[in-house]
Design a protein around this ligand. Structure first.
Ligand SMILES: [Zn+2]
Ligand SMILES: [Zn+2]
Length: 256
């Protein structure tokens, strides 16, 4: 399984992109930068899109993707709340076509919205995907994604602390974790439903206590102005836990 990061930040600029990554080039997870980082040929290979929740930085490129790939139907999987937000705010027939039905502009429905249920394992394009609820507004979910040959990763989505209840249900070889702010902004992180390194530490210690091992960890969703501080704190955390914790940059690939 190859994970390719398209966007790994919570703010967009020439050098930073909103959250999105690809699994083996065919499964897109979150759509902050789904089109801006891919050629048309690469976009064509994407067979399904998973959305962790309805915040703008995670759904924003869905209409642009639909516009670029209107010769086929792409399934978009998310909770009913996230799909409602997408339908009512982005592909609403006002700012962009609805994309979910045929029209004079579209030969076919370009997007098929597929609701996900918490903890229900779905087979999506050869992968097993389970959406699990996390501590974030708008019914935020994380995803366990397992390849056909049995390699699982867990993406936390945007989340605050409290993942330990999930650890019993999953056994990932890679965790892709929200890490938005440094430790001195822990209060803001808690209020907004995000993690700082100290909170991630608690989650990983609990993971190791429950599961008896620690997987490789890759952090994303960083706030760009705080990146140097987050990096310093993550280096110390990796040393303390004696494990590999990387900060993903746009374009990075991790093989599982
Ligand atoms: Zn969010
Ligand atoms: Zn976000």
């Amino acid at each position: 399984m190859i994970v390719r990061f398209l966007g790994t930040h919570n703010a967009e600029s020439k050098n930073t992109r909103l959250v999105s990554f690809l699994v083996d080039g065919i499964l897109a997870v979150d759509a902050g930068s789904l089109v801006s980082e891919l050629t048309f040929a690469e976009q064509k290979k994407i067979k399904a899109i998973l959305l962790s929740h309805g915040h703008y930085d995670h759904i924003r490129a869905v209409p642009a993707f639909a516009f670029n790939n209107s010769d086929r139907t792409t399934k978009v999987f998310a909770t009913p709340e996230a799909l409602d937000i997408l339908s009512s705010h982005l592909i609403d027939g006002v700012v962009y076509p609805e994309f979910t039905s045929k029209s004079s502009f579209l030969q076919r429905a370009t997007i098929k919205l597929v609701p996900l249920e918490f903890f229900k394992r779905e087979k999506i394009e050869g992968y097993y995907v389970t959406a699990v609820p996390v501590q974030h507004p708008l019914d935020g979910v994380g995803f366990e994604i397992t390849s056909g040959d049995g390699k699982p990763l867990f993406y936390t989505g945007d989340t605050g602390p409290g993942l330990s209840s999930i650890w019993n249900n999953i056994s990932p070889q890679l965790i892709i974790a929200d890490l938005t702010w440094p430790n001195r902004l822990a209060g803001a992180a808690r209020d907004a439903g995000h993690l700082c390194p100290e909170m991630l530490k608690e989650e990983l210690i609990e993971f190791r206590r429950i599961k008896g091992y620690l997987p490789r960890v890759v952090a994303i969703h960083m706030s760009p102005p705080h990146e140097p501080e987050i990096k310093r704190e993550i280096r110390e955390l990796a040393k303390l836990l004696e494990t590999s914790i990387n900060i993903a940059r746009e374009g990075d690939e991790f093989i599982l």
